[in-house]
Design a protein around this ligand. Sequence first.
Ligand SMILES: [Zn+2]
Length: 353
Amino acid sequence: MPSTKAYTLFLSPLFSPSLPVLHAMSGLMLLSLIPTVLLGFSVVLSAAELQRFEHAAKADGSLSLLVVGDWGRRGAYNQTEVALQMGIMGEKLDIDFIISTGDNFYEGGLNGVDDPAFYESFTRIYTAPSLQKQWYNVLGNHDYRGDVEAQLSPVLREMDSKWLCLRSFIVNTEIAEFFFVDTTPFVNKYFLEPKDHVYDWSGILPRKSYLSNVLEDLDMALKESVAKWKIVVGHHTIKSAGQHGNTVELNLQLLPILQANNVDLYINGHDHCLEHISSSESPLQFLTSGGGSKAWRGDVAWWDPKEMKFYYDGQGFMSVQITQTEVDVVFYDVSGEVLHKWSRTKQISSAVL
Ligand SMILES: [Zn+2]
């Protein structure tokens, strides 16, 4: 069942079962704790470092979930209305969990584990019974303007058990594997031109090795994955016609890894819109679900209509339903109206039987 208590922390085959605590630690912490004699394995060890969670699919092997992003505004800018419709659709689809694509708390993340924004923008807003499932959250750039460790803290999970936020991690449902990537540290301008903003970079410096570890870990995990569907989630866009547009750093560094490993979907927020872009280069689909609250920015760039399948400037959310042979994506507006649908089918391969 999808509760925090049900999760199994997978043990890497490189570790004995007596070392599960080490497995859950960050790469840098881990390396610092490994005796010198084991350092010859450090490259392999760091490449197996993404924390993994197991989330059971339904008895028939299918899975359904909702995706929302850019939401935490104490209910303002239609956050409450989007939450209401998510609750209705969550019930209808019997969802297994919810993905948040980041920018969880505006304007500047949480200022600590006791920040009332956690209750006022999350617990108090997403109250529908169907939304009391596990939320898998990534961090957005606005979250990095606050106390990042607070959002990652188990203290929040004790306050509201549906909350789970980590930097980069994996959720395996067997039928599909979800790879959550911490994209904010990839973006140069937050480091080079932070303007008036102060970002909390504790835990990710030195930046170069942090980023190369994330990419290496992701590449390795994707290569090892035997899931029928591979889905990568990050806050920042790879392709988008919205206000922020493409994220150059992710196009250069992340996109080639997704394409080389046959990733099916890249799901993000950051642009406050709902959007579906396909690609002529690969089957990879780019899905933006960043309509959790403030939207209607009105600055949409031209995009090749062969690739632009759908763009909606307003609020809403997305559902994903997955079976062994099909994935169905649907976008909804603030009234719960269906705006766009997309499906892909795959043959049942012998590898998953
Ligand atoms: Zn953002």
